[in-house]
Design a protein around this ligand. Structure first.
Ligand SMILES: [Zn+2]
Length: 97
């Protein structure tokens, strides 16, 4: 996800304007891509930072014993949605519960 921020900047801020800035019809696309590149990159960076904060908070809860734990190994459980019902998968041993 962190790399996606850099790729968005590279594609929208460098490659698209460089490829289309000489075209008569696509020069507006190049200007729009150059304008939106920092916003898209910042948005992806914010999503990444939010994901890191949420995962860190979940790990801290698991360390304190406030999060659901695997019955087999005591590892952190991750909630998932299956085709028939929701289930939990242990991030340590990979067993489903
Ligand atoms: Zn486990």
């Amino acid at each position: 996800m962190l790399f996606a921020s850099g790729f968005a900047w590279l594609i929208l801020g460098v490659l698209v304007p460089g490829a289309f800035s000489d075209s008569t019809y696509l020069v507006q696309l190049a200007k729009g891509a150059a304008w939106i590149a920092p916003l898209a990159s910042l948005l992806l960076l914010l999503v990444f930072v939010s994901w890191v904060v949420i995962q860190t908070h979940t790990l801290r809860k698991w360390e304190r014993g406030d999060a659901p734990q695997c019955m087999r190994c005591g590892g952190l459980l991750e909630g998932r949605v299956g085709p028939f019902s929701p289930y939990s998968k242990c991030l340590a041993c990979g067993k489903t519960q």
